[in-house]
Unconditional design. Structure first.
Length: 202
């Protein structure tokens, strides 16, 4: 057994021991979560955990936080996951649709207020997004950007987000900006599907 395989096995052994306690936690700010994350990052420091805990319906996600170079490692880790009653274990954050709100470090945004402008060159598959937030102050731009990156993982799924979007930036939405100039963030999935079909036809 190589070093990575040993560390993967040690992580899942710890998870077996901690699963019941983790299910009882209502926050990632807990010693159980911290111990699991520390063990996971012995496999690779670029790996992270997300989880939700509902009675009898818990979910653990091993994520690379959008780092495409680690996606195969994430899948290898999850391939060795044990079967534990009441838990679903996933590799990479799945596409679950546009949430109503998104948060980062206590900063909250309503997604219905967010619009975007695609950054693209004619005929190029590369896509960037300029995200516009109404009423945002300069001091909150970084928190807003991080919160929106989390939302984009939900809207597209971690792997598709990493593959489809090469660049993101955040700016305030000007009060006099015409609404038809930009696209609602909730329509991003549909926009990318339309764009891809257009590029393939071209």
């Amino acid at each position: 057994m190589n070093v990575a395989s040993t560390e993967i096995a040690e992580f899942w052994n710890l998870f077996r021991q901690c699963a019941v306690n983790l299910a009882a936690c209502n926050s990632a700010d807990s010693p159980v979560y911290e111990a699991l994350l520390e063990q996971l990052q012995k496999i690779n420091p670029g790996l992270y955990l997300e989880y939700s805990a509902e009675p009898g319906d818990c979910e653990l996600i091993v994520t690379a936080d959008g780092d495409r170079s680690l996606f195969s490692l994430v899948r290898a880790v999850v391939a060795d996951a044990p079967l534990i009653e009441g838990w679903t274990i996933r590799a990479l954050k799945p596409q679950i649709g546009c949430p109503k709100t998104t948060q980062w470090e206590g900063f909250t945004l309503k997604l219905a207020d967010i619009v975007f402008d695609p950054l693209e060159e004619d005929g190029s598959f590369e896509l960037g997004l300029t995200l516009f937030v109404p009423g945002i102050e300069e001091k909150d731009i970084d928190d807003a950007h991080n919160a929106l990156l989390r939302a984009l993982d939900h809207i597209l799924g971690e792997e598709r987000f990493a593959e489809e979007v090469q660049f993101t930036e955040v700016f305030p939405l000007l009060d006099d900006a015409p609404s038809e100039q930009y696209i609602p963030l909730s329509d991003l999935d549909a926009f990318i599907r339309w764009r891809n079909s257009k590029l393939q036809i071209g």
